[in-house]
Design a binder for this molecule. Structure first.
Ligand code: PMP
Length: 453
């Protein structure tokens, strides 16, 4: 079928996530057909370098037959298995044990679901249950951060701190969730050195704990580095200080590693990169490299033991918790990442190169700030580099830049006005060159369009 014919059907029946459908009707969707390595193709035969890894998930790249075979073999052997009624199966048990062996100390227990949002729901229900069982039911308040993204269910959207989500109705945020400023140095502390700023930014957590009342705070909930918020990467002093503050007030530390997990930061987990041991850690996306939907909520011994010893039956779970094929694919994905040393190779050979390429954009007339950790990078577009003033929201300059990039064959995401790049971890240096070459052309074309020279 022709591209246009697919677009007509798409428009008539398919409601897309995070999409302005009225706008989409004017342009039509790009119709993707296949993927290989770091590339995807569309129905016009155009090859696009995927600077987004799908949505920050396709860490090992497209088209790995081993993952397909792992799913097929598992489906033929046992296509579905519930875990509710005293039943388990080998793929889920093996994956849970594998994750426990890889995660920071103490995170020895894993609960499975299908998406990052659901993993965060599990984390929230666990936190509240934990404090009830611990005899401190008044600990209800969860502190999250501005510009956070934790998902699209009611609770996950409430934890998130990206402004449009609050105005979308549905009584969001739900009660018991408050937000603090994020370690966004370009906006909140440009005059400080990075180490000093990290401590100051962590101090905002302590201020909020004291404001709420330490005995009422259940948890601090955050991404090690914020992806959808615009590649906000904290200074190295931030997280250890956060951990210290959480310990001091006995506040649970919850790390949403849905994006950071499985190599994005250059280490296996963001917690490894920033040197923290959370009480709960949510994983998704890269756990299967996006080949099948799976997420995990890992819990420390302290938390899990409370549920197990005092909790009785826990009324929480999903039909697809620990789906056999998803677990089998995750195991195969982790095997490939380990055997091919993909995370370690990316850290040693790609991360410094990626960073150096990203830094060349400091001089671009549209770019006010350049940020990165591992293979997650952000280029923040501003109207005035001196005053750091942003373009008005209605100008939609980030979106315009994305469109310019796509025309030239690069998926280049706009998170607000921050242009983000998070390619598959298997990208090569020449592919990195191509990616940044197109990114520059797209930014140049955008500068012309918006009359910034
Ligand atoms: N947490 C983070 C940090 C995310 O970036 C996302 C998705 N981008 C989610 C949670 C939600 O995951 P999902 O879309 O699978 O529900």
């Amino acid at each position: 079928m022709e591209t246009q014919a697919w677009q007509v059907l798409d428009r008539a029946h398919y409601l897309h996530p995070f999409t302005d459908h009225a706008g989409l009707r004017q342009t039509g969707s790009r119709v993707a057909t296949r993927g290989e390595g770091v590339y995807v193709w569309d129905t016009d035969g155009k090859r696009i370098i995927d600077g987004l890894s799908g949505l920050g998930c396709v860490n090992i790249g497209y088209g790995r037959k081993e993952l397909v075979n792992a799913a097929a073999e598992q489906m033929l052997e046992l296509s579905f298995c519930q875990s509710f009624f005293k039943t388990t199966h080998r793929a889920a048990v093996t994956l849970a044990e594998k994750l426990a062996s890889m995660l920071p100390e103490g995170l020895n227990h894993v609960f499975f679901q299908s998406s990052g949002s659901e993993a965060n729901e599990t984390a929230m229900r666990t936190i509240r249950r934990y404090w009830d069982l611990a005899g401190q039911p008044q600990r209800r308040v969860v502190i999250a951060r501005e510009l956070a993204y934790h998902g699209s269910t009611h609770m996950a959207a409430s934890l998130s701190g990206i402004p449009p989500m609050y105005t979308a109705g549905g009584d969001i945020p739900l009660p018991g969730i408050v937000h603090i400023k994020t370690p966004y140095q370009y906006r909140h502390g440009p005059e400080m050195n990075a180490d000093e700023f990290g401590i100051v930014a962590a101090g905002w957590l302590e201020e909020k704990i004291l404001e709420v009342g330490a005995d009422k705070v259940a948890a601090f909930f955050a991404e090690p580095a914020q992806s959808a918020g615009g590649a906000i990467c904290p200074p190295m002093t931030y997280w250890p200080e956060i951990q210290r503050i959480c310990k001091k007030y006995d506040v649970l530390l919850v790390a949403d590693e849905v994006v950071c997990g499985f190599g994005r930061t250059g280490q296996w987990f963001g917690a490894d990169h920033y040197g923290i041991t959370p009480d709960l850690m949510q994983l998704g996306k890269g756990i299967t490299s996006g080949y099948l939907p799976l997420s995990a909520c890992a819990m420390s011994d302290r938390v899990a033991d409370m549920l197990i010893e005092k909790g009785g039956e826990w009324a929480h779970g999903f039909t697809y918790s620990g789906h056999p094929a998803c677990c089998a694919v995750a195991l195969e994905n982790i095997r490939i990442l380990e055997e091919e040393r993909i995370v370690e190779t990316a850290a040693a050979e790609l991360v410094p190169y990626f960073r150096s390429k990203l830094e060349t954009f400091v001089d671009h007339p549209l770019i006010g700030d350049v940020r990165s950790v591992g293979l997650m990078g952000g280029l923040e577009i501003v109207q005035n580099k001196k005053t750091r003033e942003s373009f008005p929201y209605e100008a939609k300059i980030g979106e315009a830049c994305s469109t310019e990039a796509l025309k030239r064959g690069l998926a280049f995401r706009a998170n607000g006005d921050t242009m983000s790049l998070m390619p598959p971890l298997v990208i090569t240096r020449p592919e990195i060159d191509t990616m940044f070459g197109i990114a520059r052309e797209a930014l140049d074309a955008t500068a012309v369009k918006y009359d910034v020279m």
